[in-house]
Design a protein around this ligand. Sequence first.
Ligand SMILES: Cc1cc2nc3c(=O)[nH]c(=O)nc-3n(C[C@H](O)[C@H](O)[C@H](O)COP(=O)(O)OP(=O)(O)OC[C@H]3O[C@@H](n4cnc5c(N)ncnc54)[C@H](O)[C@@H]3O)c2cc1C
Length: 328
Amino acid sequence: MKKIAIIGAGLSGLSLAHMLKGRAEITLFEKARGVSGRMSTRYADPYFFDHGAQYFTARHEAFKEFIHPYIELGLIQRWNAKYAKFKSNRIVETKDWISDEPRYVCVPGMNRFVQYLAENQTVHINTRIITIEKNHAWHLIDDQGHSYGDFDWVISTVPAPQAIDLLPNFFLHHSAIASIKMKGCFSLMLGFEESLALEFEAAHVTDSDLSWIAVNSSKPGRSDMYTLMVHSSEKFAESHLDNDRDIVMERLINETSHIIGCDASHAVFNTLHGWRYANNAIKSPVEQIFIDPMNSLAACGDWCEGGRVEGAFTSAYQLALELKEYLD
Ligand SMILES: Cc1cc2nc3c(=O)[nH]c(=O)nc-3n(C[C@H](O)[C@H](O)[C@H](O)COP(=O)(O)OP(=O)(O)OC[C@H]3O[C@@H](n4cnc5c(N)ncnc54)[C@H](O)[C@@H]3O)c2cc1C
């Protein structure tokens, strides 16, 4: 069996590993201390926050089939939120997701699905790969100087701007990937002692430094402790990612209060996370599979499909199909 190294243990890396199981010997490398990447959950006892992906849709047949068993298990459930669209602090549209396209979440946190896929896989966590080298086979070197090998193939599933630093210049698709831009986002996490009287549980926001506000604790299977998850706009994140985090947080809390009409500074817990590469700048798929059979290198990730959870799976699915002829 061919030996494959997959860099990144988010949904694309782990769904790829899952699809290649039995056809190749897979080893995953993840720089964080756990798997799940941007489908992550922050535990700040007694509060829980999904500070990356909020929910996902399933529009492609292959993704619907993939998640079906996990829906049966209760690991993925519908989030039937009361939804609102804000234009600045004015609600301009409302919807009840119970009678709309299903929006899914993982239970009890967004990280649970990827964690489940990681069971029985070989994953090196806390391992940031900084170089890949080829002599008779591929070797990966981490930031502590440890070397891992021998691999027949190396597949990157990290965000596009990080993939171009990892993959050699001779990789067939290096310049195509270099042209894919990603934007940042701040996640503001607020925990309260008492519930707030809000008219919505999930809201997109325009004409604001915010883009999203959700009552995280309204998702199925969460604890009763009342939490708000707030995302900044891409524009705000891009111009403040290197600023003092306390100042950024204060500004986002003030804007949250302005939008929801309640004083969000009453939160007894608050913290901020900055994502440098949250989502694609251009949301349409690039319609290309980044495989280089001559060099036994490939790349995938949500950014191949315009971002989003379903895009992460779809990119891995398409690459797994394409790899088939090189593994058999
Ligand atoms: C704030 C935010 C909100 C979002 N909201 C939604 C939403 O509501 N709905 C939706 O569908 N999508 C949403 N998304 C997007 C969604 O989270 C992503 O599309 C999806 O999780 C990407 O999965 P992935 O496996 O392609 O990438 P990632 O999850 O980023 O996985 C890549 C992994 O590679 C690791 N890595 C990077 N460099 C290295 C290295 N050198 N060595 C080893 N490991 C490395 C990273 O730590 C990471 O775990 C959101 C994202 C963010 C950040």
